[in-house]
Design a protein around this ligand. Structure first.
Ligand SMILES: Cc1cc2nc3c(=O)[nH]c(=O)nc-3n(C[C@H](O)[C@H](O)[C@H](O)COP(=O)(O)O)c2cc1C
Ligand code: SF4
Length: 589
């Protein structure tokens, strides 16, 4: 109700049910949704509609209690409808529902009172409110404390759950925010509240949680993203298995999947949303342990290793680099992005803990492939060799490398991130087609190293794909602080030594040449399929997972690794060998 959505949610098919479908959002005032460009302007609610909505809230609460829940929580936060009534930013009304503070408070008060009447005295009734909105003109901590005092006085609430931010600003704080950073706000609530204060915000470590409670900053703590990343968090804490906790890295793939219209997904917990089939109770121990050789210790190979060795298979991983992680390692080496790298180190530690042997700096090549197969004698081989970032400027829009790229000093962004580019020269051009954090943060790294950096994209803005992950604001902040020059709506037409000819996408004749002693490509990837093809020729049992199939994100990589490893123990190894016995029959293809 009152969800700040770019488009009205279609609860019914407007074609089939035209009288049920209202093609507009509603709000206290006609104020366009400001957090997205071109956000729709809602219909201003009329008195009878407000009355109907209040009734709907109370009815919904009653249904929840009737269904067996112990309590309900009113969402008075984050810019949704009840907050819109409360906030002077969104509520521009002059009737009894707006204007003065008392009038703006009327909707939440009415809502909580009616809910209490409908659910009875025994059911728990709490409410959630954001302590700060990080947005000029909206309510801040002192205003919200006052609201709480009045709600305590005027309604029968049992607790308050304190969060931070509205959709205009940020709710899902980035990985640079310290654990439990919202404690100053819950502490402020505690000074005035006679009811229990619950707090949330980047809490993953049990010792932080304990400290928050013991210090009196909160009466209870809430874990949001951490419980998505690891639904077994509490069990692991109770069992003293802290190192086994899959830490939330705050990369916000989960939020991205929601705003993209999907269900909640986690960047590296493929069980999320699949608990019924892949939950903790579904863990199997194999009755016929197999020897598995995995080539590549990126997220796909490591997740496969973790799950397969956890089932009792003998797993060995060959990795050509001196550290695990594949592309995750490169992302984790970028400034402000270190926690991302723990995805790989956690997967590797878990796999090793389950008995996987990881051999680093052991490239598998056409030359040594047969020697390795003879030495390891695998029953099954998993190819997880990933994909390489290209340095020739190849991209989907053009389907070919940039003309003259060989004449310039062209490198891929991951080489910069991993410090494989020797000296950073005077003027650098970073070319971005990926539109995620890679190119901007590589540019920041180079600029901080003293280079004059230009970041160029054909798109009308930098970092488009960082918006659903709520990182755009931060990326832009870092870029501005580092003094990176942004060039949007431009392509690189050709490279001539240390000069790049760039052209405006919409006025192609409008071109110019700029200095580019180093050109960093964040443009395209190519799957590393050589070993896969060689193994196919040998007719051994193999399958390929992750970016070696098609370059994608860590989400798809870990999902495929997980799924494939689970299948391993479901297999029947029944094909008869010529001359007796049986041999491995499975191939992922
Ligand atoms: C995928 C996702 C969905 C969320 N949906 C809601 C929601 O419906 N209502 C709400 O109050 N907060 C919602 N939140 C915000 C969280 O409750 C929490 O306030 C925020 O993520 C900060 O806590 P954390 O650092 O523990 O994740 C959501 C967060 C995520 C990641
Ligand atoms: S997707 Fe990222 S932010 Fe979301 S729960 Fe998983 S690790 Fe945390």
């Amino acid at each position: 109700m009152g969800l700040r959505s770019p488009t009205p949610f279609l609860k019914t098919d407007p074609a089939r049910d035209p009288y049920e479908y209202n093609a507009y959002t509603v709000a206290p005032s006609q104020m366009a949704i400001g957090e997205i460009p071109g956000g729709p302007t809602p219909k201003e609610l009329e008195e009878h509609e407000i009355e109907r909505i209040l009734q709907n809230f109370a009815d919904a609460a009653r249904r929840a209690i009737s269904a067996g829940l112990d309590g309900v929580e009113l969402h008075l936060a984050h810019g949704y409808l009840p907050w819109q009534f409360l906030s002077p930013l969104y509520n521009l009304r002059n009737d009894r529902w707006g204007g003065s503070y008392e009038n703006r408070l009327r909707f939440p008060v009415e809502c909580l009172r009616r809910i209490r009447t409908r659910i009875g005295a025994r059911a728990i009734l709490g409410y959630r409110i954001n302590s700060t909105s990080f947005w000029e003109g909206d309510l801040e901590i002192d205003d919200v404390k006052r609201v709480h005092l009045d709600l305590e006085r005027q309604t029968d609430i049992d607790y308050v759950s304190v969060s931070a931010g509205v959709h205009h600003s940020w709710i899902h704080t980035p990985m640079t925010f310290e654990q439990g950073w919202e404690r100053e706000y819950s502490r402020a609530f505690k000074t005035v509240s006679s009811k229990p204060v619950l707090m949330v915000g980047r809490i993953s470590y049990p010792e932080i949680a304990e400290d928050l409670i013991n210090s009196g900053d909160a009466d209870a703590i809430l874990l949001s993203r951490q419980m998505i990343a690891d639904e077994q968090w509490l069990t692991k804490v109770k069992q003293g298995r802290e190192k086994d906790i899959r830490r939330c890295v705050a990369a916000n793939y989960c939020w991205r999947s929601v705003v993209r219209g999907s269900r909640v997904q986690c960047a590296y917990n493929p069980v999320v949303g699949r608990e019924a089939i892949w939950g903790a109770s579904s863990t199997v121990t194999t009755y016929a342990s197999k020897r598995i050789l995995i080539i590549g210790a990126g997220p796909a190979g490591l997740e496969y290793a973790r799950v397969a060795s956890g089932q009792g298979h003998a797993v060995i991983v060959y990795e050509r680099e001196r550290a695990v992680g594949g592309h995750v390692r490169a992302y984790g080496a970028l400034p402000y992005r270190q926690q991302y790298g723990t995805i790989a180190t956690w997967l590797a530690a878990q796999a090793s803990g389950n008995g996987t042997e990881i051999k680093l700096e052991r490239p598998v090549t056409a030359e040594n492939l047969d020697v390795i197969l003879a030495a390891e004698k695998p029953d099954h081989i998993v190819v997880a060799t990933g994909a390489a970032y290209r340095r020739d400027g190849f991209q989907g829009q053009t389907g070919k490398p940039i003309s003259g790229w060989e004449t310039g000093r062209c490198v891929s962004w991951d080489h910069v991130a991993l410090d494989r580019v020797a000296a950073v020269p005077g003027e650098v051009l970073v070319l971005d087609e990926m539109a995620d954090v890679a190119a901007p943060l590589t540019a920041v790294k180079l600029a901080k190293g003293g280079a004059k950096v230009r970041l160029l994209t054909r798109w009308p803005m930098i970092g488009m794909e960082t918006m659903p992950e709520v990182y755009f604001h931060w990326i832009m902040t870092y870029l501005q602080e580092a003094g990176v020059e942004l060039i949007t709506s431009h392509t690189v037409r050709q490279i001539i030594g240390n000069r790049a000819e760039i052209a405006n996408v919409y006025q192609p004749k409008n071109s110019r040449r700029i200095n580019a002693d180093l050109i960093v490509m964040a443009t395209a990837r190519t799957s590393e399929t050589e070993i896969y093809r060689l193994l196919r020729e040998r007719h051994v049992s193999i399958e390929a997972i992750g970016c070696v199939l098609a370059p994608r994100t860590v989400y798809e990589a870990t999902l495929e690794g997980h799924r494939a490893a689970r299948k391993l123990s479901e297999l029947r190894w029944t094909v008869a060998k010529p001359g007796g016995g049986s041999r491995l029959a499975y191939s992922g293809f």
